[in-house]
Write a protein that binds this ligand. Structure first.
Ligand SMILES: [Zn+2]
Length: 133
């Protein structure tokens, strides 16, 4: 007879306020990305480097002071996100990432934007803003 062991599904209660530190546990996007990508994405959010530009309809991740000087742009592509960093562009070129179908972020910049959106949406649930992303 085969013994089937089933692990209890763990459920978590959503915290009242999401932050760059607790959002990891509530986002399906973050489940399959590696630790260093998460650490980088959290760092961007902690430092307030993620911004939305309504004029260009793009997200930007501004440079980390003393670490890099490039500002990366993250654009919506058919419901997904594409970043202009080398990591993301290489994955697209090699067929390893398709912004419109892949759920798992290709780079830390896209992950930071997804986390940013999740935090904003969760914490602003009762506010009626004019956010257009
Ligand atoms: Zn990127």
């Amino acid at each position: 007879m085969e013994i089937i062991t089933k692990h209890a599904e763990q459920t978590y209660e959503m915290p009242e306020k999401l932050t760059p530190h607790n959002v990891f546990y509530y986002s399906h996007y973050t489940k399959e990305v590696t630790g260093s990508v998460k650490t980088k994405a959290r760092n961007f959010l902690d430092k307030g480097l993620v911004e939305w530009d309504a004029a260009t309809k793009q997200f930007y991740v501004n440079p980390v002071e003393g670490y890099n000087t490039r500002r990366y742009s993250i654009s919506n592509r058919n419901g997904g996100f594409e970043c202009n960093c080398q990591g993301c562009q290489t994955k697209i070129k090699n067929g390893k990432y398709n912004p419109s179908t892949d759920d798992i972020p290709a780079c830390s910049h896209i992950l930071a934007v997804l986390m940013f959106l999740q935090i904003e949406e969760h914490n602003d649930l009762n506010k009626q803003g004019d956010k257009t992303w």
